[in-house]
Ligand binder design. Structure first.
Ligand SMILES: Nc1ncnc2c1ncn2[C@@H]1O[C@H](COP(=O)(O)OP(=O)(O)OP(=O)(O)O)[C@@H](O)[C@H]1O
Length: 612
């Protein structure tokens, strides 16, 4: 299920954006101020040109106020007529100053948008860390990556350009209008003749393409998802010779993405050409009407020139409206997608939860525990057991019987439906979740190592651990000699940028990490399944030396791993069907004895086969 299909109410996109803009709104204010000054200077330039044409060149001055005001400021008509270089120099100077303000606008806007994008990425990443395991079970990694990277980028680009552009358009319109009216009321009306139709046209366009933005973003997410899944499972794909199938599987979402993008691009191209046509028509109307007025003697060449320059400035944002609407449309979609993640509730923190100041003793009492991942099929169905501090509990059972689920419930990755789990005498749900987790060290069924050095991977168990402590943990996990055998020892990089460890080596590094953590409870979820029997025996021997000091929960299919546990429980379909010590269970009829007999027979057979 995609992360987008959540039932959680979403944060309205602009509310989310407004909140994220906190601390950057000042920068936007500066950017808009710089833009305002840039615009103001750009008004003066046409007026300088117009005044020069009318007073100094054509000799038919317009007595409208802005023009006479400007010519007065330039030292009067005679002064300008004798020194034509002066208005030219003034226009160059004004352009240079305007360039400076334009730079400042760009800089402030970029600083603000980059800051907001960074904050959003941090927030999304932070929030994803705090979402419950249930959310991550149904969310698709590729889709989440897309939301945290390219959606944020879409928004950043829009924020860098469009917030300021839109403010600019509004400012231009509000300030140009009075100046234009003062110059010539009739020409002002003519200049705005097509602005209303073009805005209407833009409105209709955005209505048509809005859903396409969401579709394009969704198909981009699908493409990312397929690539991510394929790269993660590359070995499986190769091993099953499924490359052709995977290539075909990729082709469909890739084609869909291309088709949708093309559809959007066609619409955009159509819009832009049509709006360009309207803009050019508008310029033609102004030029034609202006020429008529000039021939009637009711307009000067200078004023027409000023109007054409104003029109150019005003029509620029109108021409850009397509782009602005496109960017804003995409941003709203991106904001909605981010909002969906941010609206997901984090792992609950009960009011008045307890966070003990000392480490736990490690007593675990489970009573009538029930839990299911969905409505039907309880994964755990009325389980009860007790593990005293320092004891080792072994959990055995067929695949899917609920063994890992017990560990997940103890870690509070999920909350149980009914029954109780008491940890050191307190209800687990009353305890601070982070504290509970800090009392457990876990080796998961499929241990994950980060793309760091082996030493750093082990150190993850305890931040400030010294080299000796790391070596000690690695010795216990019987991986020290192997690590020493690598050319860079503990500094060997693991993963994509370094060496690939074998399954058994990975399990042992993960075990060293858990042992270094040295918490009151150690949980091993089939943690030695990829380790050979001899190495396993060495590790178990080392772990036995800790017996009595730390509570240990072991899940394993190999009974030799479980034989030394203080207690064994056997699960089937979420229920305990047998419990006791190894000796008791091996002597009693049931699943445990059947498995014990089969495994013993296999071992005997193998030892006979390999005997000289
Ligand atoms: N995240 C999940 N969402 C839905 N169902 C799940 C999830 N995790 C486990 N299950 C289901 O819960 C049941 C118990 O799973 P669990 O992983 O606890 O089994 P297990 O005994 O550890 O199996 P194995 O020995 O194969 O690891 C199974 O039916 C499994 O399909």
């Amino acid at each position: 299920m995609a992360a987008s299909q959540s039932d959680t109410p979403k944060t309205a996109p602009f509310v989310l954006l407004w909140k994220q803009m906190r601390g950057f709104r000042g920068k936007y204010a500066w950017a808009i101020a710089a833009l305002f000054l840039f615009t103001a200077i750009n008004y003066v330039a046409p007026l300088v040109a117009s005044a020069t044409i009318d007073f100094a060149l054509s000799g038919k001055p317009d007595d409208s106020r802005p023009i006479t005001w400007i010519i007065g400021l330039m030292g009067g008509a005679d002064f300008v007529r004798e020194r034509l270089w002066f208005p030219a120099l003034l226009m160059v100077l004004l352009t240079v100053i305007a360039g400076g303000f334009s730079y400042l606008k760009g800089r402030f806007a970029a600083e603000a948008s980059d800051g907001i994008a960074r904050r959003l990425k941090d927030r999304l990443y932070d929030h994803l860390q705090r979402l419950p395991a249930r959310y991550h079970d149904r969310a698709e990694t590729g889709d989440l990556i897309q939301r945290c990277t390219s959606d944020v980028e879409t928004l950043r680009m829009a924020l860098a350009a469009q917030v300021v552009e839109v403010s600019n358009a509004v400012l231009l319109l509000l300030t140009a209008l009075p100046v234009m009216v003062m110059l010539d009321g009739r020409m002002t009306l003519v200049s705005f003749a097509l602005v209303v139709p073009i805005i209407l046209f833009g409105y209709i366009y955005i209505g048509k393409v809005k859903h396409l933005f969401a579709e394009v973003a969704e198909s981009e997410g699908q493409v990312t998802r397929v690539v991510q899944e394929n790269l993660t499972g590359l070995r499986v794909v190769r091993a099953f010779a499924r490359q052709d199938f995977e290539i075909d599987k990729f082709a469909a979402p890739n084609k869909l993405y291309r088709d949708r993008s093309l559809k959007l691009l066609h619409l955009m191209a159509w819009y832009w050409s049509a709006s360009d046509l309207i803009v050019v028509t508008q310029q033609g109307i102004v030029l034609f009407t202006g020429a008529c007025f000039i021939s009637q003697g009711s307009l000067t060449v200078g004023t027409l020139f000023a109007f054409l320059m104003f029109l150019n400035m005003l029509l620029w944002p109108v021409r850009q409206m397509g782009r602005t609407l496109t960017d804003l449309g995409k941003s709203v979609v991106a904001l909605n997608r981010m909002g969906e993640i941010l609206s997901e509730p984090e792992e609950s923190v009960p009011a008045g939860f307890v966070r003990p100041s000392s480490p736990a003793a490690g007593k675990i009492e489970v009573r009538d525990l029930v839990f299911g991942h969905g409505e039907e099929n309880a994964a755990i169905n009325g389980i009860s057991f007790t593990v005293e501090p320092g004891e080792t509990l072994a959990i055995l059972g067929p695949s899917g019987s609920g063994k890992s689920t017990i560990m997940h419930l103890l870690l509070r990755l999920y909350d149980h439906t009914s029954g109780s789990i008491r940890f050191d005498g307190r209800e687990l749900t009353e305890l601070d979740r982070q504290w509970v987790r800090s009392q457990f060290s876990v080796v998961m069924q499929e241990p994950f190592l980060f793309s760091k050095t082996i030493g750093d991977n082990i150190r993850l168990g305890r931040g400030g651990a010294e080299a000796e402590q790391i070596h000690e943990a690695a010795l216990l996990a019987d991986i020290h000699d192997t690590i020493k055998g690598f050319p860079s020892g503990y500094s060997t990089l693991v993963g994509e940028r370094g060496i690939t460890l074998s399954g058994g080596q990975r399990q042992r590094v993960a075990l060293a990490r858990a042992l270094l953590q040295d918490t009151p409870v150690l949980m091993l979820d089939d943690a030695l399944s990829a380790v050979d029997a001899e190495t396993e025996a060495t590790i178990l021997e080392a772990l036995r030396s800790r017996h009595g000091r730390r509570t240990t929960l072991v899940i394993a299919h190999r009974l030799s791993t479980l034989a030394h546990a203080d207690k064994v429980i056997v699960l089937e379909k979420g229920r305990i069907i047998q419990h006791g010590t190894h000796a008791e269970l091996a002597a009693r009829e049931g699943l445990y004895r059947r498995l014990w007999t089969i495994q013993n027979a296999l071992e005997n057979e193998m030892s006979q086969d390999t005997a000289p």
